[in-house]
Design a protein around this ligand. Structure first.
Ligand code: PEP
Ligand code: MG
Length: 573
């Protein structure tokens, strides 16, 4: 075989390994490989039928989302419907078909040509429309590929073996619709340990390789369908592994499974240190179905429901009823345990095309999370109504928290919107949980530095150490080139964490931590010593962290100003 492909290095996520067949998930619409011979007239008919179907689907989406989220958010579908029916676009496609292209190839080429034209335009709004052409092409190709029955979700190949899913960059919206039970591991050319591919892999307990060196479209095509061994501990993907390599990995995985099995004995034990300090050990989930697993693994509740996962991988936002059902389902699965729902955190690496957000130079510093919600009130209100109605059904169980708060007025505006929603529900005779806990995430240095100001307005804080690290250390969590600098146990980050915990304790509230730092067993003792009351981790990490908590004895004293306990490990000597 070509020596270039013998193995590919990268940053391993997790310690596991997996064998499977390599599948590349292209970000671009793909052209059907087994092409049937058709005349240009037949191809043109296929195109025109697909165009009509796409137009009808987009009109329906426009009408549906206009009543659910308002005119602004729905506009994108009207724009897409116009592009799909556009005369220039149609002429270009038909000309290419006349020159011998299939409908799929012609659609992609025409969309590329028009996108290039739009990219050159002066007007910022029109420049931003360039990206819409790829969306339209993908929609049309999906319909053409499935002879009209396309779903828009990237399909997995029909192989009996597990799949090692590879992509240049795997966005949450790409992964949310996939049949995860068939995936044995992830490989991405981009990404870093803080990226959402890494978070997803950890939450599924699957190995991953991010920032995979030399993984580009060309290499990937050569690897499609080949057997590969993904070893996260070694940070390596081996192509066509030898029988000896396979046997060694199988033995290692069996030993790891046995160790995990042994930890099951802890499921019903409390997360309590040997010295009797009890903390809450909760789970991070994306979809309501994951709440079952959290409960089965003995979590004290869900400390972070990333509600944006309900919004990804689809063509319109979920309506109020759908969200209400999702939140009730998650809460029911947890029995009487706590469910903390984080309001929509879209933006940065989590994009939903239907929102029609213009591309940003620095999306992590852009219109994300609470900023987007405060700018799109109808979208925010739909979610708040769903959360408040679910909380009304299950009083005392559901809490809400707001992400990416930087300034007090943002928290005030979010709470005011929540109170208005509750007042509306009360007027309509719906049950309202009058004491629903309201908290905020501490994800920016500004929030941590102003923790004293925020604390009296909150029942709790939950520290998002992934973003707090990114913003404190100026390290892009998506960029593998700077990943070694993203030390979430950096003294600057730990100082902010300690300050946050002290501020909320001073007003009688509690402090959680739900970033990846919570799942690092080497940091558990430090976090507990700094006053963290709740740790929220991926379900796959729950037992590991519980095991660690139960090993800890007396906690070190953190109040001594001269030598904070974290200094001994992380400050230069
Ligand atoms: C965080 O930033 O630590 C966090 C938990 O939120 P997310 O990873 O979804 O940005
Ligand atoms: Mg975050």
């Amino acid at each position: 075989m070509d020596a270039r492909f013998a193995s590919i290095g990268g940053t391993g996520i997790g310690e596991g390994a997996a064998l499977g067949r390599f599948h590349w998930l292209s970000a671009r619409p793909s052209v059907r490989r087994e092409e049937v011979q058709r005349t240009p007239e037949e191809e043109e008919t296929r195109f025109r039928q697909a165009q009509a179907r796409a137009g009808a689907a987009l009109d329906a989406l426009y009408a549906e989302s206009r009543s659910a989220v308002g005119e602004d958010a729905a506009q994108i579908f009207a724009v897409h419907a116009m592009i799909a029916a556009d005369e220039d676009f149609t002429d270009l496609v038909v000309a290419r078909i006349g020159a011998g292209d299939t409908a799929e190839t012609a659609v992609i080429a025409a969309a590329d040509t028009l996108a290039a034209r739009f990219r050159e335009m002066e007007d910022e709004y029109l420049r931003a429309r360039a990206a819409d052409f790829a969306d339209i092409a993908a929609r049309l190709c999906d319909i053409l590929d499935a002879d009209g029955a396309g779903t828009g979700e990237p399909p997995l190949p029909d192989w009996p073996e597990p799949i090692i899913l590879a992509a240049q960059d795997l966005s949450p919206s790409q992964t949310v619709g996939l049949d995860r039970s068939r995936i044995a591991g992830f490989v991405t050319g981009a990404g870093s340990p803080g990226s959402h591919t890494a978070i997803l892999a950890r939450s599924l307990g699957l190995p991953a390789l991010v920032g995979a060196h030399l993984l580009d479209e060309m290499t990937a095509r050569a690897l499609e369908g080949r057997q590969v061994l993904l070893d996260a501990a070694a940070g390596r993907l081996t192509v066509d592994p030898t029988p000896e390599e396979q046997a060694a990995i199988r033995a290692r995985e069996a030993a790891a499974r046995a160790a995990e099995q042994a930890r099951y004995a802890l499921v019903d034990c409390p997360a309590e240190t040997r010295a009797g300090k009890r903390i809450l050990l909760c789970a991070n989930i994306g979809l309501p179905s994951e709440a079952h697993e959290a409960a089965a693994l003995g979590a004290d509740g869900v400390g972070l429901m990333r509600s944006e996962f309900l919004y990804l991988g689809r063509v319109a936002p979920p309506g109020e009823e759908e969200q209400f059902t999702a939140y009730c389902t998650a809460a029911e699965a947890l029995g009487d345990r706590m469910l903390v729902i984080r309001t929509l955190d879209i933006g940065a690496d989590k994009q939903a095309d239907y929102l029609g957000l213009p591309p940003e130079e620095n999306p992590a510093l852009g219109l994300r999370a609470i900023r987007l919600c405060l700018a799109r009130r109808p979208l925010f209100r739909v979610q708040l109504r769903a959360i408040c109605r679910a909380a009304g059904r299950r009083p005392g169980q559901i809490a809400v928290m707001f992400p990416m708060i930087c300034a007090p007025h943002e928290l005030d505006e979010a709470i005011a919107e929540l109170r208005e929603v509750q007042a509306d529900l009360r007027r309509a005779g719906e049950p309202v949980d009058e004491r629903m806990a309201v908290g905020m995430m501490i994800e920016t240095p500004a929030a941590a530095l102003l923790a004293d100001t925020f604390a009296p307005r909150c029942a709790f804080f939950s520290i998002g150490s992934n973003d707090l690290t990114q913003y404190t250390l100026a390290v892009d969590r998506q960029n593998n080139a700077v990943a070694p600098l993203a030390v979430d146990a950096h003294p600057a980050v730990l100082t902010l964490i300690a300050r946050t915990a002290a501020a909320i304790h001073a007003v009688g509230g509690w402090c959680g931590l739900c970033g990846e730092l919570a799942a690092d067993p080497t940091m558990t003792e430090t976090l507990l010593a700094m006053g963290i009351d709740e740790l929220s981790v991926s379900p796959s990490q729950l037992l590991r962290i519980k095991e660690r908590v139960r090993e800890i004895g007396e906690l070190p004293q953190t109040e001594t100003k001269e030598e904070p306990i974290w200094n001994t490990r992380f400050l230069p000597r």
